[in-house]
Ligand binder design. Structure first.
Ligand code: ADP
Ligand code: MG
Length: 750
């Protein structure tokens, strides 16, 4: 509950509390109260104040002086008071190009206004038919906008319009004469002007909003108090005040989130005991590092240290290991699993596909070969997939249940009940985003059966240490919130000797295409190999518009293959691989490419994962603007795996495409993930939708990444001193109101 400390002083308005019905605000009748509730879910005074102005550049506007038109200058913001002479509706022209017309054409209603001195001006309103309906010809209005010249005529751009009572010459744009005017998300039912008035009335009637945070914290972070923030976010005296108000509200929103997530994690840790796996001198984990043919990268060493600290203590490890493709996650995971084996416990590694599970099995048995893997006395590593013959499966399952298998690798098949390792100590999940929360929980639960207890009492269930891995970079700011207090380790360094892939954006129809194709031929002659990736298999109705305005199908693998194999690359061995080929045929084409019998592989995104060909040094992507950033980054990851300098050419009709520009400028998957999040809008991100987080009202994870980090630290410190926030009841109430237990349970990523 929000309590009000009544202030002394003149009471010029009825006093309201934030919990009062919004209908109590001066000027809000029952009809408006109902519309506010229906349209925006605004029921109380507090809800109304939480309906924030748009936080985009230029959305707080300078109050404009009322001027006769004759005195206004082009480029200046002015308010014109006068009468609406007429309205003109302008229907958008139908674009040409059949089904590829632009989405949602804009309707324009143009007001002609005659000001009191007889000057005449027009003001266009885009997609707001209600403005014309509510203010018919003859209305006396004040119109504020920027005076601009359009097609030789003067008009008021970005205009806002208010009715002025007959006989008045001044405009009530909201109380005092100083400060900026906010822009509210509005609707036909609840116009922005009305919102401005209602919010102002509410602010005048509520006493100072109490602050939930310790003053020391505000001082340390340089934050304004809550009351100032609430008042200035609506009516800032200047842009700086608007900025400070936003900073404070962003901070509050993210701090509440971090407190909720971290409290939940503490509870979970109290619920379940884990197992301690302190380092064992001269154990298998140590031996693995010794027998590696290369030193660990700095990032791998840091990861091993961090994991080692997690494993050593009895609290269950909950760690995310993220690193670009090729950053060397497998070795780190193997090290963690062998640490469990050193304690006579078992480890399980789950991968999303059979190909990946098999690859892990092969890699691990190779890595552990010097340690006598699968030899008598050595560690036992086994693989379970759905394609394992029934007899072999039965044998492996029996050995797993007997505790004889030390490291078990598999797909979803690991989740079956009959997979029953008695001493599961470490669980690794690769490409964790491809599994659901329930899959992870199932695997984790397999470690909970240890009932040994020294004093004979029933011991609480024990949780294995869990390591989840991903090669799909999650922007740091998102990881900090999405995973709450899950510890994140990032392999931000590739093993030495890898050269960055040089990336260029090339217009589809430019002389550079011929030069590129000559380069492909030249690379093939030099023993290198090239991919040419197309968005579709066949000519289709997926269209694109060329630079000249001509429509054509986007590049298809089949047509591109025909063109190259019989044209520019006639003397090179060219292959074709796509998802419509039978699997065996596709495999054999890819094998031929791997062996070098084919030098150029024309393909669709079937090559996006799995194919590892060190001689491939050139990636050409046709109509690259058809792909997303992360897809292109994965495609580009197919080259640059050998010693030769590698190249990626992105062909496009849209040379200015920001995604392609970002790829050309960046080879770092994390930086690209940030760009992607910014371009797509975080709201539409798969990751945030999956997270179960309530929508953030004002904070933006990319823009406010530094606040995400700051609030995470501050939440930690607050909870360390006072786990239940007993000294800060208002803060505790705000956390509880926003993050109920059910919501937070959805955030558990273990
Ligand atoms: P990820 O799973 O992160 O994509 P991998 O673990 O498969 O990467 O490693 C990619 C390749 O790099 C493998 O061939 C691996 O042997 C090699 N590698 C891993 N760590 C190092 C290192 N420190 N130095 C050199 N090569 C390494
Ligand atoms: Mg891997």
């Amino acid at each position: 509950m929000r309590e009000l400390s009544l202030q002394s002083g003149h009471v010029t308005h009825p006093r309201l509390t934030l919990d009062d019905d919004v209908a109590a605000v001066r000027g809000v009748g029952p009809g408006m109260a109902a519309r506010l509730r229906e349209t925006f879910g605004i029921a109380t005074v507090g809800d109304l104040l939480a309906h924030l102005p748009v936080q985009e550049p230029g959305k707080y506007r300078e109050r404009a002086a009322v001027k006769p038109l004759a005195e206004a200058k082009v480029g200046e913001a002015v308010t014109v008071v006068g009468e609406i002479a007429d309205w003109q509706e302008i229907r958008p022209r139908q674009g040409h190009g059949g089904k590829h017309r632009r989405a949602s054409p804009r309707t324009v209603h143009k007001a002609a206004i005659v000001d009191d001195a007889g000057g005449r001006i027009t003001a266009p309103f885009f997609n707001q038919p209600w403005v014309a309906k509510r203010n018919p010809a003859g209305c006396r209005v004040a119109v504020t906008g920027r005076l601009e010249r359009y097609r030789g005529e003067l008009q008021l751009g970005s205009a806002r319009l208010t009715q002025v009572p007959p006989g008045e010459t001044t405009v009530e744009t909201g109380g005092d004469e100083q400060g900026l005017v906010p822009t509210y998300p509005a609707s036909a039912d609840v116009p922005a002007e009305q919102l401005t008035k209602m919010v102002r009335a509410a602010l005048e009637a509520v006493p100072a909003v109490p602050d939930p945070l310790p003053e020391t914290l505000l001082a340390r972070r340089g934050l304004v108090d809550r009351d100032t923030a609430v008042r200035h976010i609506h009516f800032p005296p200047d842009h700086e005040a608007a900025h400070h108000a936003r900073q404070r509200l962003v901070y509050d929103e993210l701090l509440t989130l971090q407190l909720g997530v971290q409290q939940r994690r503490t509870e979970r840790e109290l619920e379940a005991a884990g197992m301690a796996h302190p380092p064992v001198t001269d154990g298998l984990a140590d031996a693995l590092i010794d027998v590696l043919p290369f030193p660990l990268t700095g990032a791998q060493q840091r990861a091993v240290d961090q994991l080692g600290a997690d494993l050593a203590v009895s609290a269950p490890m909950q760690r995310l290991l993220q690193g670009d493709v090729g950053s060397g996650k497998t070795i780190v995971a193997a090290w963690a699993m062998l640490t469990a084996v050193d304690h006579n416990r078992q480890a399980a590694l789950m991968a999303p596909t059979e190909v990946l599970a098999e690859q892990h099995h092969r890699t691990l048995t190779d890595l552990l070969a010097p340690l006598g893997v699968n030899a008598p006395g050595g560690p036992r590593v086994e693989l379970i997939t759905r394609s394992l013959p029934a007899r072999a499966l039965r044998r492996v399952l029996a050995e797993v249940a007997a505790g004889d298998v030390d490291v078990l690798i598999g797909t979803h098949a690991l989740l079956q009940d009959r997979v029953d390792p008695p001493h599961l100590g470490v669980v690794v999940i690769d490409e964790q985003h491809r599994f659901g929360v329930e899959h992870r929980a199932t695997l984790r639960a397999k470690g909970s059966r240890v009932v040994a207890s020294d004093d004979g009492e029933a011991a609480p269930p024990r949780q294995p240490d869990v390591l989840v891995m991903t090669a799909t970079p999650i922007p740091r700011s998102l990881a900090l919130t999405w995973y709450g207090d899950l510890d994140v380790t990032t392999l931000d360094e590739l093993p030495p000797g890898r050269q960055g892939v040089k990336t260029v954006v090339i217009p589809s129809h430019s002389p550079r295409r011929a030069r590129l194709e000559a380069f492909v031929r030249q690379q093939a002659d030099a023993g290198q190999r090239a991919f040419v990736v197309c968005p579709t298999v066949d000519e289709s109705d997926v269209l694109t518009v060329d630079e000249g305005g001509v429509e054509r199908s986007v590049a298809s693998a089949r047509a591109t293959y025909e063109r190259l194999a019989h044209g520019p690359l006639v003397d090179v061995d060219v292959g074709l691989a796509h998802g419509r080929l039978p699997a065996a045929e596709r495999e054999s084409v890819m094998d031929a490419f791997r062996r070098g019998e084919i030098q150029v592989l024309v393909a669709t995104t079937v090559i996006e994962v799995g194919l590892d060909v060190p001689e491939a040094s050139l990636m050409v992507v046709e109509d690259a603007d058809r792909f997303g950033i992360s897809q292109l980054h994965q495609l580009r990851g197919r080259v640059g795996r050998g010693a030769a300098q590698s190249y990626c050419a992105l062909l496009t009709v849209d040379e200015a495409n920001p995604r392609l520009r970002a790829l050309a400028a960046n080879t770092d998957g994390f930086a690209l993930a940030e760009v992607d999040m910014e371009l797509r809008g975080e709201g539409s991100l798969f990751a945030t939708r999956q997270s179960g987080l309530p929508d953030l009202k004002i904070a933006r994870l990319v823009r406010d990444a530094d606040v995400v980090a700051a609030t995470r630290d501050d939440a930690r410190a607050l909870l360390a001193a006072d786990p239940q926030l007993e000294r800060w009841p208002q803060l505790r109430a705000e956390v509880a109101a926003r993050y109920d237990p059910e919501r937070l349970a959805a955030l558990d990523s273990g």
